[in-house]
Design a protein around this ligand. Structure first.
Ligand SMILES: NC(=O)c1ccc[n+]([C@@H]2O[C@H](COP(=O)([O-])OP(=O)(O)OC[C@H]3O[C@@H](n4cnc5c(N)ncnc54)[C@H](O)[C@@H]3O)[C@@H](O)[C@H]2O)c1
Length: 306
């Protein structure tokens, strides 16, 4: 299979993720188009990039500002790689793939930033599914090093290898994952969230204290060593013994828990609605995001030298 030298990238979808993905590539010197179907979507993308500019190293800010925003689908014609980051809906993504595939160069690779839709199922809209794979970025895309590279049944090994190598070239820390629901990150994230909600619902600890347990305990350690390294350092006999008495007591809900459903029903959706588990009204929302970005930048610099 002919793999292009990736120089020109078109990101489709100028939302929360697409805008920051485009900006990350531009900051690293790639030629980047950011496509959106509407002018208002492009304006939102521009605002997301502008707000984020200060979290990009100073010397890369002028390159980062070179993203070309457009509604013109001709931007797909010259791309070596298209990254699709539009609405998380199978039919919407399929319709989009059918529209753009005829415009692409024969060598162009296509990656989706889907959070969890099956790559194999998504690939069915393509005449050339071997050129398609998952490239799952984590929010905020420019600050979190992990990228999950997911191969579907039809993905050619050369395609996922090229997307993996590109992620490394960006200074990211990619992993290969099979096309399983939630890939790796969301399987881990939701195992933790299910248990966190269970602890609050059963009164074992408050939301604040569960967050503290993660931030000052597990989370900090996990930023340095993963669960397998942790178990090795702690002793596998100890971890086996704890598993024997603890597993039966851990959350095993098969549906979203009542507390989460209740917040959703009340319209308390978190940052975007001004309240969720905590309050983000007034300037609190912007302050919470700025504080998160400041800490992520500082810790990444120390731990990963990026
Ligand atoms: N938000 C996250 O934390 C996160 C993290 C990782 C991956 N993702 C995934 O990234 C993708 C985008 O998510 P987001 O959070 O940026 O969403 P968003 O709602 O911020 O942006 C989605 C974009 O898709 C565009 N869009 C919607 N319907 C469309 C259509 N029919 N045709 C073309 N464009 C259309 C919208 O104009 C918008 O610009 C999704 O697949 C999502 O699951 C999101």
């Amino acid at each position: 299979m002919n793999i292009p030298d990736i120089k020109t990238i078109t990101v489709a979808g100028a939302g929360t993720m697409g805008a920051l993905i485009a900006q990350t590539f531009a900051a690293c010197g790639y030629e980047v188009f950011l496509w959106n179907r509407s002018q208002s979507g492009l304006e939102r993308g521009r605002a997301i990039m502008d707000e984020n500019l200060s979290s990009i190293p100073h010397e890369r800010q002028s390159a980062a500002a070179r993203v070309l925003l457009t509604m013109d689908q001709n931007c797909f014609r010259g791309a070596d790689l298209v990254i699709e980051s539009i609405a998380e809906n199978l039919e919407v993504k399929h319709a989009f793939y059918r529209q753009i595939e005829p415009l692409l160069k024969e060598t162009c690779l296509i990656a989706t930033n889907t959070s969890g839709l099956s790559i194999t199922t998504l690939s069915r809209a393509f005449a050339a599914p071997e050129r398609f794979c998952g490239m799952h970025w984590i929010n905020p895309a420019n600050l979190i090093p992990l990228i999950e590279v997911i191969s579907g049944e039809q993905t050619a090994p050369e395609t996922s290898a090229a997307v993996y190598a590109l992620s490394e070239a960006l200074g990211k820390k990619p992993i290969h994952v099979k096309d399983v629901p939630g890939f790796a990150l969301n399987r881990l994230q939701f195992a933790v969230l299910r248990e966190a909600l269970h602890m609050v619902e059963t009164g074992a600890a408050s939301m604040e204290d569960v967050d503290r347990a993660m931030k000052y305990g597990l989370g900090l350690r996990y930023a340095c060593i993963g669960p397998f390294e942790t178990a090795d350092l702690g002793g596998l006999d100890i971890f086996c013994g704890i598993s024997e008495y603890l597993f039966a007591d851990l959350a095993d809900d098969k549906e979203p828990q009542a507390l989460l459903r209740q917040k959703k029903a009340e319209g308390k959706l978190g940052l975007k609605s001004g309240a969720g588990f905590f309050d983000y009204s007034g300037s609190r929302g912007a302050e919470a995001v700025a504080e998160r970005n400041r800490k992520l930048t500082a810790i990444s610099k120390i731990l990963f030298e990026i």
